[in-house]
Design a protein around this ligand. Structure first.
Ligand code: SF4
Length: 859
């Protein structure tokens, strides 16, 4: 357990004094200390396996000499380790020699060439002339799935892919096949690979037996330019390696280097195979101006001049309150900073927001309340050392897949207890198994949290006296928990008090606790109260118990955190500093409503597609039809862009520099790997050019200078940019006296006659937002929207997997194929929201809470 401090072991490697925590294997220490030990099957994030037998070292402990495999042998006090002795070299060399008997010498067309441990080890051991006859395998390559090619002639049976698939991903799609000389790896019954397509197997494969076949680019790693940057999709913020050749990004690799980013080389399908958006022929190729419903290409000069003039004339005529902007959760920090500066600095308008903040401004308040109460949350790199992780209403493998990898690693190496609380019986497989499953009634989130809290208080599981003294509003708050009796809670949640008590006891015990909150809570209509309840629970154990609490609030896109940090919200200036002279009414709080009622005369949308992605679909359409002037800048022609007066083509993340901030406040670098495609420009350049055209250029107009300006003006970012180190911004300056927040008692959710099911939406495993629909590889593995229902509901409805159904709410209806799964509980319908041709948001259409729906078979 991480709360137990591990003993430090002192020993020697080749005469050098070294030390390491108890339990560390020799090879790990040798690697860190720069000693070269041959090995092919070790990976620091997997359990030791000793398959390749090439890492033999000599140890002497208490005068006793032994030959041991350094990948499995833990260090011992006073041990002397000898690396590369004649004896160990002879042994390691013989093992490697046998592997080379079968291995093809096709290095020029192998993806691992140049970064291949088999090549490295051959050189390390100076094995240039083998003694055995060569017997190459000659099996055809297997391409039975759209993404991963199996070329087993190169397989050295290190088992890394099988172990990564099992231990890191929890999927077990790969295994060893056959025995003896015919042994190999493959899928069950040699079926086509059907998995999460995370590609971890490609990363860990040392020899190119498993390859990314989406890019078609093959061969020598040295031929590629490598650019470390940050993934552009979800808010976990993984470091990715963009590999380019002749100015074109051809594939994405993971970097497993020590200390690079927060993801230890783990990626998901989106991060690894989503690069298809970069060199994509669907991109907007020119600035476009709408002439009576027809878009005509215009020059950048004309587009920028028109926007600047229209902004200025609108403000001159109707005042700064007549313009508003929606920033993007995908723009860099520097771009977001300039966007808000353009509105605030040039026009005195505070009417800027982002879509997540528009729907759920309480998420920022929740984060600040956590800091206020002293819960600053540990860096995400500590997650794998957690004692307890509570995954609340998040389908982790779909929502934050690499977060799932860290939690699994904790379960394997630290013994982390995993508690999953979700109305869906989400799949989260791991070797240690999930400790507690709270599959509760859809919409009963508040009751679950408040009952857990009450159990902790009633059973004195923490120091209640201390909590009462330290945290304001204690008595009032405890009174508000009164309705959450065992009986009432069981009725509301469908969970026994026994399992809730077990959960409360586990959570209250001395521990390093982490809470990961999913975006599903936003659909409940009680998101704000759910967050308050989670905060109360956390404050109680934080102040009254021992150990720590870290909370990661729900954030969706790659820079959903940074866009708020940079002040693209009407509530805060950059760094959550108070807005000076806030106007009585900020029209950005009801931005689309104020376009409909004519108060807003100009709307500037940078990199978002609210027509598709916002939960008030009809209101957005009406707003965009009514607002007199609409500017949209984006990479692809979205439905929102199609309604614009002017469209500006922007560059993707791979064509720009700057930084973004992940959901756990890690500021990380964005680095360009290719030039802006076509005539597209980074959003940064566009904002600078608009400022120039207004006759008031920004004082700073390079990314580096703006980073300096941010560091000067935003205290929490001081010393963090350009973000190459992936450091978490500090929250201690927000600390005040903690206080409990009173939530209203649980109210029964509405039933609607004739609408017996309830809708749940989120992103699918292979898609997020609108961009991934343009990445071919992701479309290949996630081609179609679906409505997931419980098999018993399907039976009751007389529908089968693949049948088309009509899903209808009081607001709208959509047609979609059925998928049956025990993940979705009875009465619930889960539909991912990533397909333009299935406008799920129309079913909600602004309605808060769990939308009642009905289902019928399509005719
Ligand atoms: Fe990108 Fe998120 Fe996947 Fe990491 S988990 S690779 S950040 S989409």
């Amino acid at each position: 357990m991480s709360t137990v401090v591990k003993k430090t072991i002192n020993f020697k490697i080749n005469g050098k004094d070294v030390s390491a925590p108890e339990g560390t294997v020799i090879l790990e220490v040798a690697n860190r200390q720069g000693f070269e030990v041959s090995n092919l099957c070790y990976n620091k994030k997997l359990k030791p396996f000793a398959a390749c037998r090439t890492c033999m070292v000599e140890t002497v402990t208490d005068g006793k000499k032994e030959l041991v495999y350094s990948c499995t042998q833990p260090v011992a006090e006073g041990m002397e380790v000898k690396i590369n002795t004649d004896e160990t070299n002879r042994y390691n060399k013989a093992c490697l020699e046998m592997l080379l008997v079968e291995h093809p010498l096709d290095c020029p067309i192998c993806d691992k060439s140049g970064v291949c441990p088999l090549q490295d080890n051959t050189d390390t051991l100076q094995l240039y002339n083998g003694r055995f006859d060569i017997h190459r395998r000659n099996e055809p390559s297997i391409k039975s799935n759209p993404i991963i090619e199996f070329y087993l002639n190169r397989c050295i049976m290190c088992g890394l892919c099988v172990r990564a698939c099992d231990e890191t991903q929890g999927v077990q799609a790969l295994d060893f096949h056959k025995r003896g000389m015919s042994v190999g790896i493959g899928t069950a019954n040699d079926e086509p690979l059907d998995c999460e397509f995370c590609g971890q197997c490609i990363t860990v494969c040392p020899t190119g037996a498993l390859m990314d076949m989406t890019s078609g680019a093959r061969g020598l790693a040295a031929m590629f330019t490598s650019t470390l940057t940050t993934c552009n999709y979800c808010s976990w913020g993984c470091t990715i390696d963009l590999q380019s050749k002749k100015g074109k990004v051809l594939r994405i690799e993971a970097d497993e280097g020590y200390g690079v980013g927060i993801n230890e080389g783990n990626l998901c399908a989106k991060g690894r195979f989503g690069y298809g958006i970069i060199h994509n022929e669907d991109r907007i190729i020119s600035p476009l101006m709408n002439h009576g419903g027809e878009f005509k290409e215009v020059s950048w000069d004309e587009a920028i001049k028109t926007i600047a003039e229209r902004l200025q004339s609108t403000v001159n005529r109707s005042g700064p309150g007549s313009i508003a902007g929606i920033g993007s959760e995908k723009m860099t920090n520097e771009e977001s900073y300039l966007f808000q500066k353009l509105f605030r600095g040039h026009f005195g308008s505070n009417q800027i927001t982002n879509l997540a903040n528009l729907r759920a401004p309480y998420v920022n308040r929740f984060m600040l309340d956590c800091f206020k109460g002293g819960i600053q949350s540990k860096p995400v790199t500590e997650l794998e050392h957690a004692d307890v992780v509570l995954i609340f209403n998040s389908d982790l493998p779909s929502e934050y897949p690499v977060g799932g990898n860290s939690v699994r690693k904790g379960a394997v190496f630290t013994g982390t207890d995993i508690i999953i609380a979700n109305p869906r019986d989400v799949v989260f497989k791991n070797e240690a198994q999930t400790d507690i499953r709270l599959t509760f009634t859809h919409g009963a989130d508040l009751a679950v949290i408040n009952r857990l809290t009450r159990i902790i208080i009633d059973n004195n599981l923490v120091d209640i006296k201390k909590a009462k003294t330290d945290i304001a509003h204690y008595d009032e708050w405890v009174k508000s928990l009164k309705p959450y009796t065992a009986n009432e809670s069981e009725k509301l949640t469908g969970l026994s008090d026994e399992i809730l008590t077990r959960t409360a006891e586990r959570f209250a015990r001395e521990a390093d606790r982490f809470i990961i909150i999913g975006n599903d809570i936003l659909d409940t209509g009680q998101g704000e109260d759910i967050l308050k309840a989670l905060l109360n629970l956390s404050l109680l154990v934080h102040c009254g118990g021992e150990g720590s609490v870290s909370i990661y609030p729900p954030r969706e896109h790659c820079n959903s955190q940074g866009v708020n940090d940079m002040g693209v919200t009407p509530d805060f200036l950059p760094g959550y500093q108070p807005v000076q002279n806030p106007s009585a009414e900020n029209l950005a709080d009801d931005l689309f409503g104020n376009c409909v009622n004519g108060k807003l005369k100009l709307l500037y949308i940078a990199g978002e597609d609210p027509v598709n992605s916002y939960y008030k679909a009809s209101q957005v359409q009406e707003a965009l039809q009514n607002v007199p002037f609409l500017v949209v800048q984006d990479v692809f022609m979205t439905e929102t862009a199609q309604m614009a007066d002017i469209i500006l083509p922007t560059s993707t993340f791979a064509e720009k520099d700057g930084s973004q901030t992940n959901m756990t406040r890690h500021v990380q670098r964005i680095k360009s790997a290719t030039l802006p495609q076509g005539v597209s420009k980074p959003d940064f350049d566009i904002f600078c050019e608009i400022a120039d055209a207004l006759g008031k250029p920004f004082e700073h107009d390079t990314v580096e200078e703006v980073q300096q300006e941010i560091e000067n003006n935003v205290p929490i970012y001081k010393g963090l940019l350009p973000g190459t180190d992936s450091r978490q911004w500090p929250a201690d300056s927000f600390a005040e006296k903690p206080e409990f927040q009173i939530c209203p008692a649980f109210t029964e959710s509405r039933e609607k006659n004739g609408y017996p099911y309830r809708l749940q939406t989120n992103n699918s495993m292979f898609h997020i937002g609108s961009y991934t629909q343009h990445a071919k590889a992701l479309v290949d593995v996630g081609p179609e929207c679906f409505a997931e229902i419980h098999p018993e509901d399907a039976e009751a409805l007389s529908v089968q997997e693949g049948d088309r159904i009509i899903v209808e709410s009081a607001n709208s209806k959509i047609e979609v194929p059925v998928k049956t799964s025990y993940v979705t509980t009875r009465g619930m319908v889960y539909i991912p929201q990533n397909w333009v041709d299935v406008p799920v948001n129309l079913l909600r259409n602004g309605e808060e809470g769990l939308v009642p729906i009905k289902i019928s078979k399509a005719g």
